[in-house]
Design a protein around this ligand. Sequence first.
Ligand code: NBP
Length: 465
Amino acid sequence: MSKSTIGVIGLGVMGSSLSLNIAEKGFALSVYNRTEQGEAHVLSDFLKRTDESMNIKGFTELKNFVDSLERPRKILIMIKAGNAIDGVIEAMLPFLSEGDILIDGGNSHYLATNRRVTYLKNEKINFVGCGVSGGEEGARRGPSIMPGGTKDSYAKIAPVLEAIAAKDNHGKTCCTYVGEEGSGHFIKMVHNGIEYAEMQLLAEIYALLSVTKTNDDIAQIFSEWNKTDISSYLLEITIDILQKKENGESVLDTILDKAGNKGTGSWSTKAAFDLGAINTMMSSSVFARYISSFKDQRKQLSKKLKKGPSHEVTVDTSVLKNAYRFARVVNHHQGFELMKLASKEFHWHLNLSEIARIWTNGCIIRSEFMETSINIFKHNDNYIEDATILELLMSSEEAIKKSISYSLSNRVAFDAFWSAYNYWIAITTERLPANLIQAQRDYFGAHTYQKVNDPEGQFFHTKWY
Ligand code: NBP
C-alpha cells in the first residue's frame, strides 16, 4: 500500500476542512478520528464529503494510521487544546519513529507547546506548534498558518502547509516559519487578542450609533468606511450582520447580549502581565465580554437607574471614523509590541513584517491596515516610529476626545476607545505621577526610589515618619 504524505488527527470543524483542503491540493492523506464517546460515525461522515479524485485513507486505529504515513511522518493534530493533546501524543508515541514531526494546529497555550517541544525532543520527535486562523471557511479555502518549531521540521512540512494556506496580494503563501518552540502559538494568541479589541471597537461604535440610528443606517455608514483605508474583514462581516433579516426582523436584534470566549484574549492579557507588556485594549475587550455575561445584574441595576441617556448628542460619523482609525492603530501597536517583547524574552527572532504579511489574508484580522503594516515593519521597530502613523495619531486626538465625549453624553460604555486614548496620553506624557507611587512604596515598604537628574540611577530611602 502506498504511503500518505501527511496525516490529520481529529475530524471536527477545523480538522475536516483542513483535510479536504490538503487532499484537494493533491497530497496523499491519511485521517484519523477517535471512535470512543459515541463518535464512530465521524470518520464515515467525513469520508462521504470526499470525492474520488482525492487520495484519502481513513483510520480509526492509531497504529494503522501512523503506519500508513511516509517517513519522517508528518501528523497534523486538530483536536481540542489542553490535556487531549497530551493524551493523543502519549497514545501515538509507541508507534512513532525518530525524526517524525507532530504538528499541533489547535489553539494550544504557548507555554504548553514549549513544554511539549522539550518533552518530545527527548523522545527524538519534532513538535511544531502551529497557529491556524480563518475559522472553518479559512481552513477549507486557505487559512493563515503560523508554524513554530525547528527550521528543519518546517522545511519538511512547508510543501503541504504553504500549498493549503491563503495567498497574499502578491500571490505569496500566508504561511511562514515563525520561530522556535511555542512562537507560532504565541503569535496566534496575540492575533486573537488583537481580534478581540477589533471586534470590541466595532461593538462600541454600534452601541453609540444605535442610540439614534437603525441597523441599516449603521450598515450604510460602515459600507462607506469599508471603501476606505480602514476596510477590514471584520468590518465587512459586521455590515452583513447588521443587514441580515429573517422574517423581516433583524437577526442581530434577536441575539442575547452575552459574549462568549474561549480564553485566548485572557491568555494574551496574562502573557502581557508576565512579559511587562501593555495591552490595555485587549484586556479591556476581555473585560467587556465578561461584564456582558453579568446579564441579570445589569438588568436589575438598569431598572433602578432613574433615566436613560442624560442627553443624546448627535454623532458626527466622520469624527467617529477618525477615532476608530486611531484606536485600531493603538490596538495593533500594543499587539505587535507584545510579540516583540516575547521575541526578546524567548530569543525567537520574530519577523514582524512577515507576521503582518501572513495576516493579510486567510485570517480574521486581515485588513487594509495589515497590508500597510508589512511595510511599516520593514523600516521601523514599532508603529509609532513611522512618521505617517505618528502624524495620524497626533492629528486624531481631537476626534478621539470628541468620540469619548459622545459616549459620555449618550451614556454608552466605550472602554476600548478609552483604553486607546489613555494609553496615548500616558505614552506621550514626559512626567507621570509614578514619583508618588515610588514615594508611597518607600514609605510603607522601604522599597527605595531613584532621583530625577541622577545619571547613576542610585537608589535612595527616606525616613518618612
Ligand atoms: P471541534 O470541536 O469541531 O473538534 C474537536 C476535535 O477534537 C474532534 O475531532 C474531537 O473528536 C477531538 N477530540 C476531543 Br474534543 N477530545 C479528544 C480527545 N481527548 N482525544 C482525541 N480527540 C479528541 O473543534 P475545532 O473547531 O475543529 O477546533 C480544533 C482546534 O482548532 C481547537 O484547538 C480550536 O481552538 C482550534 N481552532 C478552531 C477554530 C475555529 O474557528 N473553530 C479556528 C482556529 C483554531 P470527536 O469527534 O470524537 O469528539
